[in-house]
Design a binder for this molecule. Sequence first.
Ligand code: PMP
Length: 363
Amino acid sequence: MKRKLNFYAGPSVLPEEVLHEMQKQLPDYMGEGFSLIEASHRGKVYDDVHNETVDLMRELLAVPENYKILFLGGGATLQFSMIPMNLMRQGKSADYIHSGAWAGKAIKDAQKIGQVNVLYDGKDNSYTSLPEAAGVKPSADSAYLHITSNETIGGLQWKEWPETGEVPLVADMSSDILSRPIPVEKFGLIYAGAQKNLGPAGSTIVIIRDDIWQNSPDSLTAYLSYKTHAEKNSLYNTPPVFPIWGINLVLKWVKKMGGAAEMEKRSRKKSEILYQTIDESEGLYRCPVDPKYRSTMNVVFRLRDEELEKKFLAEADGHGMLGLKGHRSVGGCRASIYNSLPVEAVERLAEFMKNFAKKHYMV
Ligand code: PMP
């Protein structure tokens, strides 16, 4: 089978060897005589996979011991509610940075739960830039400060982290987790849906500092409380076993490749190839994002007009390149180039872009 070049924004490409391993082990997991997805989540076979996945995550992101690593359901979207429910104490407000579509959704949900201070709103620059990290300071009565480390739709990414002192820094890392080393100790809580850099859709990873989950209000129902999941190692209820298995295999692949530092090198290289192609096209392609904050994961670009964009997407499809259409809310084009996408796929896209430009722009 010839695999297509997969630039989908999520669910997205997985390492081919992970897919083969899953296929091989699917009916008979490690000679146990049953599939891992038929196994009880209370049995040893699953338990070993579960704990190994937590350990791998801890190792690859250098997560300190005073943080729990949770695997939950409900997508990153559920975290938009759980964070304010668990962290906003009576009478306190929370700070949010409005950097685009995903931050906007997080803000909208938080506003239903408590008072939100929007410290920065990128509306005036159409969400193509970010505030200087050093200038971001929490407000006096803030329970936490929320950022979106990578805006998947807008294609912009924080390169440095705000210093928030006693106020926990909370980050939605759905679309760039494990694409670079991160100083976890600067954060109170990090969350990410699995379906971009970590594995198949269906599980959300939450990395949460002990004092934070320990303070979850008792008034919350079981599932909505971080305390429930932290105390039970994400086994209070049935965890999403299939995606967690996938994450396990992807993490082993990342480790074998050289870990977060190597992922960062690859991501830089891949994104530079595309941004260079865009910038050297003399305006034939345009990236609207402030060069300081261009994402290494989601490269967004426009062509001269929508007609040409349609043509570009149709031709790309004909070349076996999937998922290059920009998000329906903004249009244009977007190449999502997550960890599992080989450098070669990006080189082929760049080549295609150059040829397309020659064919359609030059007279
Ligand atoms: N945050 C970001 C940055 C995302 O990219 C997404 C999904 N694309 C979400 C949150 C929502 O994630 P989910 O669909 O897993 O709820």
